[in-house]
Design a protein around this ligand. Structure first.
Ligand code: FAS
Ligand code: PHB
Length: 393
């Protein structure tokens, strides 16, 4: 079997890459370990940067996002029992964000690929990458319950298989540098069938820890609590979750949190991670396979999309001109935005969470940073331009 680009992973990175390559008439095959139902149901990110919204529109997959997504023109920061709004358009020359679940983006991309005759294979197993340091890399895998191995010969391999994928494990350790930071807390996230209690995404800093109010639709709320990283969701019955959310989100002005049936809950670890470089011969890494950010900056999915936007153009340039300049520059170009998002995500996380080993001085610094961020136009603009996403290029 042969294709031009073999893609491992049908998350936002792999699917968007396949979609972008198809617009250049470049063939690809996407290999996904999970079922279509699983990847389309996996609840993760919720915030699309302006650049992601624009790319979905430019490439013809933005209709349902505009029909069902929610444009948001700001976020709120809560501390000292008061809420402060950061307005985006005024501070970023008119840009905003879109609230639209990652699983909806995945559904739209899968539908677009299959409608265009794209080759997306679900339920594959034991994907292996060989000869990626040659001009003829080979992927091999098993399909469904078959024990036969299928070989996929390609010109390029894109490792879009997330943090626990096979791509990064296939690279000799001597070839790469890892940067990482573990955080001493996790996020407990719930999806609740109740109208959001806040109009906009609201981040809260309290002595008891961080909390976040977000949403997926006028009927579905998404909320998070900072918890111990090793905590077990079994320790968090719905009653305890709502009680803690009420406590952390409380403000002195007239406002209340509305509860509703919890549809889903889980605890996610928090880490920062970057692998450098992003290229190994004909193997290119993109998205969570190459980097992870704590979700406080709402960057994870957006970074995955921006990586593959760069990679698709570079691959197309090679096929069109034979020049490898785009491919040679891919890692440097992508990492520039990755490190900006790393810093912003680390900064938001450090400002808004209680650290187990912190002290009163540390907490005063956090409160000073929060007060300054909402009081200074320059500081608010800095947060806003990072949040809506830096302009491409
Ligand atoms: P993904 O992990 O989405 O996709 C990788 C795909 O590869 C998966 O479908 C996987 O099944 C497949 N795969 C893995 N190994 C394979 C193999 N060996 N063979 C074949 N396929 C393989 N980001 C935010 O911005 N906001 C959030 O609130 C947020 N919450 C998150 C919560 C959780 C629990 C997690 C894990 C991540 C969260 N993220 C969030 C980050 C997340 O959105 C990622 O940044 C985004 O999914 C990255 O997309 P991909 O790089 O495509 O990786
Ligand atoms: C979400 O809506 O899931 C969300 C919003 C903002 C974040 C993280 C997650 O920083």
């Amino acid at each position: 079997m042969r294709t031009q680009v073999g893609i491992i992973g049908a998350g936002p990175a792999g699917l968007m890459l396949s979609h972008l390559l198809a617009r250049y008439d470049i063939d690809s095959v996407v290999l996904e370990a999970r079922s279509r139902e699983y990847v389309e149901a996996r609840v993760r990110a919720g915030v699309l940067e302006q650049g992601t919204v624009d790319l979905l529109d430019e490439t013809g997959v933005g209709k349902r996002m505009h029909d069902e997504g929610l444009v948001h023109e700001g976020i709120e920061l809560r501390f000292d029992r008061a809420s402060h709004r950061i307005p985006f358009p005024e501070l970023t020359g008119g840009r905003s964000i879109m609230l639209y679940g990652q699983q909806e983006v995945v559904k739209d991309l899968i539908a677009a690929r299959l409608a265009a005759g794209g080759d997306v294979r679900f339920d594959v197993s034991d994907v292996r990458i060989d000869k990626f340091d040659s001009a003829e890399p080979v992927l091999s895998f098993q399909e469904g319950h078959s024990s036969n191995r299928v070989e996929l010969h390609c010109d390029f391999v894109a490792g879009c298989d997330g943090f626990h994928g096979v791509s990064r494990e296939s690279i000799p350790r001597s070839e790469f540098t890892e940067y990482h930071r573990e955080y001493p807390f996790g996020w407990l996230g719930i999806l609740a069938a109740v109208a959001p209690s806040a109009d906009e995404v609201t981040y809260t800093y309290t002595d008891r820890g961080f909390a976040l109010m977000s949403l997926r639709s006028p009927q579905i709320s998404r909320l998070y609590l900072q918890v111990d990283p090793d905590d077990d969701i079994a320790n968090w019955p719905d009653r305890r979750i709502w009680d803690e959310l009420h406590t952390r989100l409380a403000i002195d002005s007239e406002w209340s949190l509305t509860e509703g049936p919890v549809l889903e809950k889980g605890i996610t670890a928090m880490r920062s991670f970057v692998l450098e470089p992003l290229r190994y011969g004909r193997l290119f890494l993109a998205g969570d396979a190459a980097h992870i950010v704590p979700p406080t900056g709402a960057k994870g999915m957006n970074l995955a999309i921006s990586d593959v936007a760069v990679l698709a153009d570079a691959v197309a340039h090679w096929y069109d001109t034979g020049s490898s300049t785009g491919l040679d520059d891919y890692s440097t170009t992508a990492l520039r935005r990755v490190w900006r998002a790393q810093h912003f995500s680390w900064w938001m996380t450090s400002m808004l969470h209680r650290f187990p080993d912190d002290d009163p001085y540390q907490r005063q610094l956090q409160l000073s940073q929060l007060h300054y961020t909402v009081a200074s136009q320059a500081a608010s603009a800095s947060l806003a331009e990072n949040y809506v996403g830096l302009l491409r290029g």
